[in-house]
Every structure is written in structure tokens, then in C-alpha cells.
Design a protein around this ligand. Structure first.
Ligand SMILES: Nc1ncnc2c1ncn2[C@@H]1O[C@H](COP(=O)(O)OP(=O)(O)O)[C@@H](O)[C@H]1O
Ligand SMILES: [Mg+2]
Length: 598
């Protein structure tokens, strides 16, 4: 037992119960163009509590697929077939909320980069273990920090592609902590050491070993363990092309292969030897002789070793199959998500500054271009132009802003949604609500500059406030369009193509130009969903109704054929905005559900 686990022997994380994860005859195949490819070819095995089970194998041999099946994340669908059974303490994992007991840590870390380690764990704890009090949450977070040796960096920012933060090993431990926080019995990790150097990997395995010593079942895949790490594994599985070549005690693997004629030379680290003889690195360039080695080992496994793969089933803890899933209430989800968003804004002050500078620069620019305005024909044309620019500024910036940032956040959302951390509605509303204060600040600055730049219709004081309201709503609609783009893709490269294409279409076919009737009627409908169209119309009607024209014939409302009530346009803008948000939510839901089944 390691020093670490002795220190925690009286620990809350200690698992007193005995759990056995067992799988039998797992087959997995993918159907593509009527051709079925077998990825897992009927593998059986088990993992005990208190032990580390490490799975090593050729890339593409089906390790990740196996782990996904063991953690109840991969099901039969139209193009994939899964068969066989997975049980936890002899209860099939589909028949109860196995999520309680089994947690999965993905190969990639999907962490919210602007949070600190402690905030990330607290976030996970409040959503995953919602019945804890605030003090209990803090205690548990401290406990996890201690166990994962993260206390020193507890208040450091995690970091992301824009901002440097934790090291790879620390980030991985945070990902593990986010799962460990609910004190699961079984932890399954896909290549937890990938991308880490040998020293860091070893450290990580030690942390996992401490968890096994506390009574957890730890299962992971691993690429190239050094001999020290290798010796820490209790059990070991060697995989190739959807089959097992070895399963059993790590301490016996060398003897086993030696007995069937593959003796590992003394000076070579056993995993390295297996990689060599089974061509684990480079399976596409196997010679006939090497294929034969594989066949022989596969034959031996099936004929001899497999028979002894019978786990101990006495004294297993009874599973409470009625236990429901702990989910936080919607209000808790809101609270936790809003707190995270506020932190996110606070930690990126430059983004807020940029938005304010943007408001000043863009409004000043419009004011500079269209200055010295009166009530004559030319001035009225200029005001019309200024309002047109305003409509673009209100909508294009938020759209582009969201299209650039939302795809970055989307993978985190998909992962958290898959973990049932929160629902789509609290997530989405939080996003919308947290943007509004910025939009109000932007609109105040922008509207004030405009107020002094163009001769407002002063007939009615409420006009200014209506202008303000339209501006604000237009920005929200810009954001909605950005969400729509971001909900479609996690790739920024793609988003910056889709976003402007949509914006230009909505603008070009928005019905601003007198000759739009000559456009193909196939695009005519776009004006009815164009947020630019409704914004511009509303602004023009607001500005020029009861305006003091030098010559009544200059009235843009007549010239542009913008008859109608202001409220009709505001109402339409509201509807379009709502529609865009709804599509974004539906897209997210579909992506989320699809992601859940992968
Ligand atoms: N849903 C899927 N559709 C198509 N191919 C898949 C699917 N799932 C797995 N595969 C294929 O199965 C093989 C094994 O995949 P995987 O389990 O990820 O292997 P490993 O983790 O060992 O590298 C790969 O060739 C992969 O492309
Ligand atoms: Mg994999």
C-alpha cells in the first residue's frame, strides 16, 4: 500500500463495498455501405475492486470501443451493432442507473478554461452531488484536491488555447477529479497518460493506484508504460484487432508468453517487447511470420487462458437498482451555470473592454461619416444611411463574436450534457442572459453617440427610448444568429464561413433595395426572416414618423415603401430572434443526444 493511501485510510473516499465489473462475449461491429466490419470479436473479462486493470493494444484494436461499452456509452444503432452483456455485481448495466457507480474519463480533457481547479471541482460537485450542503461541498472538494495532489494549484486557472494554465498532467487530474467527486466505485479512463511525459504519466498512475487501494475499480487503456508503471498494474489485458491475447495478473504475463515460446529478453521492458512482437505500433506492415505469431497467441488465449478467466463472485455488494439518478434542480443548474458565466466574464476583462471600445469606435465612425445633418433631402439620405449602418453594426458584431467563441465552448457543453450535468434550457438561457448586460452597455454608449450625431426626431421624447429598445433587441438577434451558427459546428474555421454567409444572405435578400422584386422569387422569403430587415424598418419608421421634413416628398418611409407600424417590425424581430434561438436549442439538443449515443 502506498504512503498516500495509508494517510487516507480513514477517508471518505474509502470504498468498503466489493464491486465486480464483468463483460461477456462483447461483439461490436460497424456497418458501412452494407459491409460489416467487426471491431470487437467476442471478448470477455472482468475487473475487481481494489485493482488496476490496464489494457494495452494496437491503435485501432478496439480499446476505446470496449471502454465505451463497459461504461454504458455505446449502444446498437442503425450503423453499429453491439452484443454481449456487461454486468456490475451481476446486474446488467442497462437495467439500473449504472452512472452512479461507473464514471468515465475521456481521452481528451474538456475543461472550462477560465475556471480555477477548485471552481471546476465545485461546479462538478454541486451538479453531480446536489444533496450536499455548501460546507460538505467544500470539504469534498478539498478532499479530492488532496487525493489528486492538486492542492498547490487549487486556485490556479485551468487555461485554454488562448491562455496558458495548468500542465497536461494537472489538467488530466482535474478531469479525473470532476468524475471522482461523486465517489464512484468504478473509474474507466481512456488513455489517461496520452500526451504526458514518462515522469508525469507515472505520477498519474500512482494517483490512480491510490484510488484502487481505497477500494475502487480502475480500468484504463495505456500506450507505452515504462517498467515502473507496468509493475503497478494488478491485471493486464493485451489486445489486437478486436481480440484479447492476454488477460490476467501482470506479474504472470512474462512467464505466460515465455511458456508459449515468446521469452521476453531480460533487458527489455515487457510492454515494449509485446509492442515489438505484436507489431503494436505498426500493424499495417506485418509480415506473414508476424501474423502467424498473432494467430498462435490468439489460439493459446482462447484454448487455455480464457478458461481461467472466472472471477470471484462471493461477497459482492448488492446493487440498489431502484436508486435514481441524482440530478440538480433547475434552479441549482441556473445558479451554478450563471456563476460560471460571471467568472468567465470576469476572467476575460479584455473581452469586455473590446466590446466597449467597439461601441465607441463604431458609433463614432458612423457619426463621422454622417455628420452635419439637418432636415433637408441630403441629410435625410444620410440619416437613412446611418441607420442602415447601425442595423449592420448591431447584428454583425454579436453574430461574429458568438460564431468565434461558441464553437470553442461547444465540446465542453456536449461533454457535460452527456454526463447529464444540466439541461439544455438552463444552459442556453444562461448564455443569453449573461450577454444582456454587455448589450445594454453597448447600446447606451452607441445610442448616446448617435443621439448627438444625427438630428433625432424630437417630436416625441419616447423616440429615443424606442431607438434604444430596437438597438438592444437587434443585438440580441445578432447573438441568436451567432448561437445558431455555433450550434451547428465545433470548428471555428467552419463557423467563420457559415456565419458571414448567413449574415450576407439575410442582408442581401433582406428587401432593402427597391429592386428586390426583380430578385428571384426563390429568395423572396428571406426578407421575412431577416433580422436586418426588421431592425432597419423599425429604425426608419421610428425616426421619420412625424419628422419635421423640409419637403414632405423626402420621407424615406414613403420612398422605401416601409409602411406599417413600428410594433409589427419589432414583433417580427422578436419572433425571428426567438426562432433562431429555438433552432439553436434544437440543434444543440440533437447534437447532445447524438453525442450521448457515441
Ligand atoms: N462508430 C464507428 N464508426 C466507424 N468506425 C468505428 C466506429 N467506432 C470504432 N470504429 C473503428 O473501430 C476501430 C477501433 O476503434 P477504437 O475502439 O477507437 O480503437 P483504439 O481505441 O484501440 O484505437 C477503428 O478502426 C475505428 O475507426
Ligand atoms: Mg482509443
Amino acid at each position: 500500500m502506498s504512503i498516500h493511501s495509508v494517510k487516507h485510510s480513514e477517508d471518505q473516499l474509502l470504498v468498503q463495498d466489493s464491486y465486480l465489473l464483468e463483460w461477456k462475449d462483447i461483439k461490436y461491429s460497424v456497418i458501412h455501405k452494407d459491409k460489416e466490419t467487426n471491431i470487437l470479436k467476442g471478448v470477455s473479462g472482468y475487473a475487481n475492486s481494489g485493482e488496476i486493470l490496464a489494457i494495452m493494444g494496437t491503435s485501432g484494436s478496439g480499446k476505446t470501443s470496449l471502454l465505451s461499452i463497459l461504461s454504458n456509452r455505446l449502444f446498437s444503432q442503425s450503423h453499429v451493432k453491439v452484443s454481449g452483456t456487461v454486468t456490475l455485481n451481476q446486474n446488467e448495466i442497462h437495467t439500473f442507473h449504472s452512472n452512479h457507480y461507473i464514471k468515465y474519463v475521456l481521452q481528451e480533457n474538456f475543461l472550462f478554461g477560465t475556471q480555477t481547479v477548485r471552481e471546476s471541482l465545485t461546479f462538478a460537485c454541486r451538479l453531480k452531488v446536489p444533496y450536499l450542503t455548501k460546507t460538505q461541498v467544500n470539504e469534498r472538494v478539498d478532499d479530492i484536491l488532496d487525493h489528486l495532489r492538486l492542492t498547490k494549484v487549487a486556485d490556479n486557472i485551468i487555461g485554454n488555447s488562448m491562455r496558458k494554465g495548468l500542465s497536461g498532467g494537472e489538467q488530466k487530474r482535474v478531469s479525473i477529479g470532476n468524475e471522482l467527486i461523486s465517489y464512484p466505485n468504478v473509474m474507466i479512463l481512456d488513455e489517461p497518460t496520452s500526451g504526458l511525459d514518462s515522469f508525469t504519466s507515472q505520477h498519474l498512475i500512482e494517483v490512480l493506484q491510490a484510488q484502487a487501494h481505497l477500494g475502487r475499480t480502475i480500468i484504463f487503456t495505456i500506450h507505452q508504460p515504462n517498467s515502473k508503471m507496468f509493475s503497478m498494474f494488478d491485471r493486464f489485458i493485451l489486445m489486437s484487432e478486436g481480440n484479447f491475447l492476454y488477460q490476467g495478473k501482470t506479474s504472470e504475463v512474462v512467464k505466460y508468453f515465455s511458456d508459449i515460446g515468446y521469452k521476453c529478453p531480460y533487458e527489455i521492458n515487457p510492454p515494449e517487447y509485446f509492442m515489438r512482437i505484436f507489431h503494436i505500433e505498426n500493424r499495417h506492415h506485418m509480415s506473414e511470420e508476424e501474423k502467424e505469431i498473432l494467430d498462435i497467441c490468439s489460439y493459446h488465449y482462447k484454448k487455455t487462458l480464457k478458461k481461467y478467466m472466472i472471477p470471484q463472485t462471493e461477497g459482492l455488494t448488492e446493487i440498489d437498482i431502484k436508486k435514481g439518478l441524482h440530478t440538480a434542480s433547475i434552479s441549482t443548474e441556473f445558479k451554478v451555470l450563471i456563476q460560471r458565466s460571471i467568472i468567465n466574464v470576469k476572467r476575460q476583462p479584455m473581452l469586455s473592454v473590446i466590446k466597449i471600445v467597439q461601441a465607441i469606435v463604431m458609433s463614432s465612425l458612423v457619426a463621422l461619416i454622417f455628420n452635419n445633418l439637418g432636415h433637408d433631402k441630403k441629410s435625410i439620405q444620410s440619416i437613412t444611411g446611418a441607420l442602415f449602418f447601425n442595423s449592420i453594426n448591431y447584428i454583425a458584431f454579436p453574430t461574429q463574436g458568438e460564431a468565434l467563441t461558441f464553437p470553442l465552448e461547444r465540446p465542453v457543453f456536449l461533454t457535460e450534457y452527456k454526463e447529464d450535468l444540466y439541461g439544455i434550457i438552463p444552459y442556453f438561457l444562461t448564455k443569453v442572459i449573461c450577454e444582456i448586460p454587455f448589450q445594454i452597455i453597448f447600446t447606451i454608449i452607441y445610442s448616446l453617440v448617435m443621439y448627438f450625431a444625427i438630428p433625432y426626431n424630437t417630436y416625441n421624447a419616447s423616440k429615443f427610448f424606442i431607438f434604444f429598445g430596437i438597438s438592444l433587441l437587434a443585438q440580441i438577434s445578432g447573438n441568436a444568429l451567432g448561437y445558431l451558427v455555433g450550434s451547428l459546428t465545433s470548428s471555428i474555421q467552419l463557423a467563420v464561413v457559415i456565419g458571414p454567409s448567413m449574415m450576407i444572405s439575410l442582408l442581401a435578400f433582406g428587401g432593402f433595395f427597391s429592386n428586390t422584386n426583380s430578385l428571384s422569387s426563390a429568395f423572396y422569403w428571406i426578407r421575412y426572416i431577416s433580422n436586418y430587415n426588421f431592425t432597419y424598418r423599425a429604425l426608419i419608421i421610428n425616426q421619420f414618423t412625424d419628422f419635421d421634413f423640409n419637403n414632405e416628398n423626402d420621407n424615406p418611409i414613403e420612398l422605401l415603401n416601409f409602411q406599417g407600424e413600428i410594433w409589427e417590425n419589432v414583433g417580427s424581430l422578436l419572433l425571428v430572434t426567438f426562432g433562431m434561438m429555438l433552432i439553436a436549442v434544437i440543434n444543440l439538443k440533437i447534437s447532445g443526444e447524438y453525442h450521448k449515443r457515441r
